[in-house]
Design a protein around this ligand. Structure first.
Ligand code: NAD
Length: 482
């Protein structure tokens, strides 16, 4: 069991500090809004500037540390995180309402990411192709960029910081991270694990506070060489304009389609769509928020979908069999209820969800399924980030692909089919960075590139070997021995 109240502070130069003003932000338990589970500093630009100074001061020594030595620290941090699985999973369940089974998997994934990039310390492959000039040896090696800013959302409190921190650090960069305030307690736990693993002071720093002040100071500081952001499309695209002269990577929103063809296993497809749409209340950038079903099996599929959805348990995220906990906070709760109002008018309500009780008892929302949604409606076009699924009929495969691509987003897409032709054509024609055949849109593997196209992602992929490309610069060396 974790302590009932958890305090997070800014982590600068290896020490913990409150905000200069002493002000704090409450982290409220979404299952019980009367319970403040912890606080985090309500910092300003000054704290952000000091954190960048600490990171800049630590850079040369960290750059000179052998990559295998950097990797060994990451591997040790992985062990520390894993040894605290129950404690950290419970913290996430109380901090953001993530169901325990998903929270536990997330701790495991964060540890695996640290191990994966830890082992990169022994590889960090460069290249040495044959030179085109006689007698010359030409090669290219990776160099760190310098100070890197990481800005993260609340929905994956450990995994997203992990998949940015681990490649940034193994490449030899120093870091300032600004987590979402709602997820700051988990981020602080990650800072503690890295310190205990032996990370030198100043190599990683954390500052919490409002995006508009702390985040903006980290985006505009000229000492910061690169910026990796995960969050909403509107905030991300605004940041891109202000991060002048920096290498920028943005992972943004999604409106992910899942196509069901006439030859699909309908009950398998329904289970995968229900999991993708409603698991963790649909609060995943990879959530399936649009199901596109060919007319031939439409009604039959809807019956399966309603059944699969009803089998999911809405309840306390601390209970092991819960699939859908509360949504993260009162703002999201109100926004989703408002979106639901519009969704009811955008099609036919097949499963009526919405508030299960009063907000004082937790921000619980049951799943809603809306059928025959017009693809041009707001319900089909805008990210709701809640347990709401829009279903659309398609005449045939071509129409299904057209509907799937009819969005400004391009993160992930899925299809249920037994046909290799449908599967391969869908893979080729889908305008997304990730495609899943007979697998949910939600869920990813950290050893392969991850990211979106169109307005879902800008500036290169995260995870797998692709992350090393973002967090390093190639230095090409030509030598002619005389
Ligand atoms: P958000 O955009 O509101 O906030 C993300 C982070 O940006 C937070 O740390 C916030 O404090 C900070 N921020 C806000 N305004 C800022 C500013 N002006 N300057 C600098 N920083 C600022 O997003 P959120 O509500 O925390 O997360 C949900 C969103 O994240 C959804 O849209 C979801 O799709 C997206 N997301 C995307 C991915 C992906 O990999 N594509 C993964 C997870 C979440």
């Amino acid at each position: 069991m974790i302590e009932s109240q958890v305090e997070s502070q800014n982590f600068i130069g290896g020490e913990w500090f409150p905000a200069d003003s002493g002000a704090t932000l409450d982290v409220v338990n979404p299952s019980n809004p009367a319970e403040v589970i912890g606080t985090t500093p309500d910092s300003g630009a000054g704290e952000a500037e000091r954190a960048v100074g600490a990171a800049a001061g630590a850079f040369e020594e960290w750059k000179a540390t052998l990559p295998s030595g950097r990797g060994a620290i990451l591997t040790k941090a992985a062990d520390i995180l894993e040894s605290r699985t129950d404690e950290l999973a419970e913290l996430m369940a109380r901090e953001v309402g993530k169901p325990m089974k998903e929270s536990r998997m997330e701790v495991g994934r964060a540890a695996a990411i640290f191990r994966y990039y830890g082992s990169e310390g022994w590889r960090m492959h460069g290249m040495m192709p044959p030179s085109t000039r006689p007698g010359v040896q030409v090669s290219s090696v990776r160099e760190p960029l310098g100070v890197v800013t990481l800005i993260t959302p609340w929905n994956f409190p450990l995994a997203i910081p992990a998949w940015k921190l681990a490649p940034a650090l193994v490449c030899g960069n120093t870091v300032v991270i600004k987590p979402a305030s709602q997820a700051a307690l988990s981020a602080a736990a990650m800072m503690r694990a890295l310190k205990e693993a032996g990370l030198p002071d100043g190599v990683v720093n954390m500052v919490t506070g409002p995006g508009g002040t702390v985040g903006d100071a980290l985006v505009t500081d000229s000492r910061v060489k690169a910026l990796s952001f995960t969050g909403s499309t509107s905030v991300g695209l605004g940041i891109q304009e202000r991060a002048v002269g920096k290498k920028v990577q943005l992972e943004l929103g999604g409106k992910n389609p899942y196509v069901v063809m006439e030859d699909a296993d309908l009950s398998d497809a329904a289970a995968k769509i229900a999991f993708g749409a409603f698991g963790y209340s649909g609060e995943k950038c990879t959530a399936s928020s649009r199901a596109i079903v060919v007319e031939e099996v439409y009604e039959q599929f809807m019956d399966e979908l309603v059944e699969a959805t009803k089998a999911m348990k809405v309840g306390d995220p601390l209970e092991e069999d819960t699939d859908i906990g509360p949504v993260v906070n009162s703002d999201q709760y109100e926004k989703i209820l408002n979106d639901l109002e519009k969704a009811r008018n955008a099609g036919r309500v097949v499963l009526e969800g919405g508030a299960t009780g009063s907000a004082d008892e937790g921000y619980y929302l049951a799943p809603t399924i809306i059928s025959e949604v017009d693809s041009s409606s707001e319900t089909a076009q805008e990210e709701i980030f809640g347990p709401v699924l829009a279903v659309m009929p398609a005449r045939d495969f071509d129409h299904a692909v057209e509907l799937a691509n009819d969005t400004r987003y391009g993160l992930t897409a899925g299809i249920s089919t037994r046909s290799l032709r449908y599967a391969h054509e869908f893979i080729a024609r889908s305008q997304t960075g990730l495609v899943n055949v007979n697998l949910p849109t939600a869920g990813l593997e950290f050893q392969v590139p991850f990211g979106g196209n169109k307005e879902s992602g800008v500036g290169g992929r995260e995870q797998g070997p692709a992350a090393l490309d973002f967090y390093s610069a190639w230095k090409t060396v030509s030598i002619l021995p005389l």
